[in-house]
Design a protein around this ligand. Structure first.
Ligand SMILES: [Zn+2]
Length: 235
């Protein structure tokens, strides 16, 4: 399987079929969207934009930008959510910017929701979100979908934005659908009163260099975006 094979996959062939986590991670690897440190100090590790060190790297956009892959993977997550919530009505699906907007739209279609919408980044306050264009009626059920979750920060920003921007209370479904869930320490089963349903789940830590076990052990740091080949050993 190479990238070209991947881009020729047909969503209709995966409608009723579970794809293994290993297979999905292989797709990520083919898209240069995923890398995890081997544990060997002789192998390099990642230097994040923030300056922190990390043992892993995920960039979902490198996979989800492909229309067929987003469609297939959104269907996989929707199936997983349906397996938990059964036939419960889902009126709205709400995602968050940027990569999450199109992905949550694909999940909305796959799960049979009526409406797909998303919060917006607040241009005046970093990390805050806004909800101002449309009102959710009180009786409608709302499912939150995220593309990548490391901490509860974005999840909560979405809840807070809708909570303060919507004219009436919102009926959230008590689950949150996450494409890639990568907290620093597993297990994380829920955020607040909502349980996590994740398609991919793995632990990835990030620490300042002076606390980094890989730096201490002599591993070199590389920035994933500019030194992908050196970091992953890909030729
Ligand atoms: Zn380090």
């Amino acid at each position: 399987m190479n990238l070209n094979d991947l881009l020729n996959l047909k969503p209709e062939n995966f409608k009723d079929k579970d794809i293994s986590i290993e297979e999905i991670l292989n797709w990520f690897t083919l898209c240069d969207a995923y890398w995890l440190h081997s544990g060997k100090p002789s192998d390099p590790h990642a230097e994040l934009t923030s300056g922190m060190c990390s043992n892993g790297f995920f960039d979902c956009l490198r996979v989800l930008k492909y229309v067929n892959l987003s469609d297939i993977l959104a269907n996989q997550l929707a199936r997983k959510i349906r397996a938990v919530i059964g036939d419960q009505k889902v009126d709205w699906v709400i995602g968050s910017p940027m990569a999450g907007i199109t992905f949550s739209h694909d999940v909305a279609r796959a799960i049979g929701a009526l409406i797909s919408m998303f919060t917006e980044k607040d241009p005046d306050q970093k990390g805050k979100m806004l909800w101002k264009r449309i009102a959710i009626p009180e009786d409608d059920t709302v499912l939150q979908i995220e593309e990548l979750t490391t901490t509860s920060k974005t999840l909560n920003a979405v809840i807070e934005a809708v909570g303060s921007g919507n004219p009436n209370p919102v009926n959230w479904i008590p689950y949150i659908g996450i494409f890639v869930h990568r907290p620093p320490k597993l297990p994380v089963d829920s955020y607040g009163d909502r349980k996590v349903i994740a398609l991919i789940e793995t632990e990835i830590w990030a620490v300042p260099p002076d606390e980094c076990p890989l730096c201490k052990a002599g591993s070199i740091r590389y920035r994933p975006k500019t030194h992908w080949k050196e970091l992953t050993g890909k030729r």
